[in-house]
Write a protein that binds this ligand. Structure first.
Ligand code: CP
Length: 312
């Protein structure tokens, strides 16, 4: 199966078959990162621009590493060091990038819909690296790859996503992705951080963390996105940690083979205790490792790659 999309904008627009193709391709890409010389010539001559209007450690660096491991030329600009600070609009910035003929543009922006808008205006493939509270598709794909690696399937799993759901593009993309692949998703957190009507995406909601984790195969903790909060939705971080955080004590209620995930960055001692984040059930750093493989797969497939498409 050849990848039929020009852009990767959100999980909602990917079919289960396309998600499977991306995960299988990423599985094949992992081995490249384990070689002494971590580089293949596959995308030699291709140009990737990383355009980040919001801070990032994991996503930006792993897209950059992914491009380099495939021998693409990757160039990175952030809003603060670009002509955005001189008042240039996003559209003008995009037109100027387009004039340099890149093959792919990876964009993170605080406004939902920006990658979709760019996708309709430039010839280059657009990859959404996070747009406002809307979508973060490469995060959901790396999360699914990490779960599948550990559980061998996504079918029939129960995924508990806990914390600040309202502001989380990671939660929305994971609800879309996991439910499409046959998992069920339960959301838990403070009532002020769970948006009305989120059930229409296919998830169930509880306000009890204990209930959500009791039969979960995967517990994904989310940080409180203070940068997006207009007002505080809880009294203190200590109270939040006690009521909604994942502690070693609360873990006693979880299944013995549960997986603990977090997209990062962690707020240690708030949504997750250090013992749990660094403990035996945590696959948080595996998520980061798999982020490189997933992003290599996205670059490869958007560039027309078909090798290993129907493997696994
Ligand atoms: N998970 C994630 O998007 O992390 P960064 O903000 O560091 O990219």
């Amino acid at each position: 199966m050849q990848f039929p999309k020009k852009d990767i904008l959100d999980m909602a627009s990917l079919s289960a078959e396309e998600i499977m193709l991306i995960l299988n391709t990423a599985e094949n890409m992992k081995e490249i990162s384990e070689r002494p010389i971590k580089k293949v010539p596959t995308l030699r001559g291709k140009t990737v621009i990383l355009l980040f209007y919001e801070p990032s450690t994991r996503t930006r660096l792993s897209f950059d590493i992914a491009a380099k491991r495939l021998s693409a030329d990757s160039l990175s600009i952030s809003a603060g060091t670009s002509s955005v600070v001189k008042g240039e609009t996003l559209i003008d910035t995009a037109k100027n990038l387009e004039a340099m003929n890149p093959d792919m543009i990876v964009i993170r922006h605080s406004s939902a819909g920006v990658p979709h808008m760019l996708a309709g205006r430039v010839k280059a493939s657009i990859i959404n690296a996070g747009d406002g509270m809307h979508a973060h598709p490469s995060q959901a794909l790396l999360d699914m790859l990490t779960v599948r690696q550990n559980k061998k399937t996504l079918e029939g799993l129960k995924i508990a996503i806990i914390g600040d759901i309202s502001h989380s593009r990671v939660a929305r993309s994971n609800i879309n992705g996991f439910t499409k692949m046959g998992s069920s998703v339960v959301l838990a957190g403070p009532p002020t951080m769970i948006p009305m009507g989120i059930e229409t995406m296919g998830a169930t909601v509880t306000y009890s963390v204990d209930e959500a984790i009791s039969d979960a195969d995967v517990i994904m903790m989310l940080r409180i996105q203070k940068e997006r909060l207009k007002s505080f939705s809880f009294s203190t971080e200590r109270e939040y940690a006690i009521t909604y955080g994942l502690s070693a004590d609360r873990m006693k209620q979880a299944k013995p083979d549960v997986l603990i995930m977090h997209p990062g960055p962690l707020n240690r001692g708030v949504e997750i205790s250090p013992e749990v984040a660094d403990g035996p059930f945590s696959i948080i750093l595996d998520q980061v490792t798999n982020g490189v493989a997933v992003r290599m797969a996205l670059f490869y497939l958007l560039s027309g790659g078909v090798k290993n498409a129907d493997d696994n």
